[in-house]
Design a protein around this ligand. Structure first.
Ligand code: SF4
Length: 185
């Protein structure tokens, strides 16, 4: 069943601050709501307004970038093949940032998964596994198969620990929240 309206918190244009596509200009579509309640969640995603697909694409097309990043909240609660097809028809490269608990349309171009405690990951493909390091037992990520593995300090506070971990476990690469470092959205 196609969704006719989707709940959007905000649509904005910026640079991707984290992970594999750091520095890439992109239109961010932040969907409202999440199925998890992480104690450290710093994203204000609760508010939102219902928008049609046409309204969403029209807003995205106001900006010149090819890359669109679906984020949240949990965007997997709101998207389907119809929206991805529309974005592809608009010649967009579609990325998603997800907690991995929802099945996703197969034709999304790039999947960044950040698994969270209490959420079972159901994805069959992960391009980028992105983890915030909080001294957790890292063996819990051994079961994930991804093309790229990124480890990120928690709010830029434990960078030295993360660097040290990566040097000892070189499967991982450093991800910094560069948007916070240079004070952009
Ligand atoms: S999965 Fe992400 S958006 Fe959802 S509550 Fe956790 S940190 Fe917040």
């Amino acid at each position: 069943m196609w969704l006719s309206m989707r709940k959007i918190n905000e649509i904005f244009y910026s640079l991707q601050g984290e992970g594999f596509h750091t520095g890439v200009p992109a239109v961010f579509v932040r969907f409202s709501g999440c199925n998890l309640k992480c104690s450290f969640c710093d994203t204000r995603h609760e508010e939102g307004r219902l928008m049609s697909d046409e309204e969403i694409v029209e807003e995205i097309n106001k900006y010149p970038a090819k890359t669109v990043i679906l984020t949240g909240g949990e965007p997997g609660l709101w998207i389907d093949e119809q929206l991805i097809q529309l974005l592809h028809r608009a010649d967009k490269y579609v990325c998603i940032e997800t907690n991995g608990t929802q099945p996703l349309p197969v034709d999304i171009d790039w999947i960044t998964c950040s698994p969270k405690q209490g959420g079972t990951v159901v994805l069959t493909r992960i391009d980028e596994l992105k983890v915030v390091y909080q001294n957790q037992d890292m063996s819990i990520y051994d079961c994930f198969s991804a093309t790229h593995y990124f480890l990120q300090p928690c709010s830029c506070k434990n960078t030295a620990e993360v660097v040290s971990y990566i040097l000892a476990h070189p499967k991982w690469r450093l991800s910094l929240q560069t948007h916070k470092l240079i004070d952009i959205q």
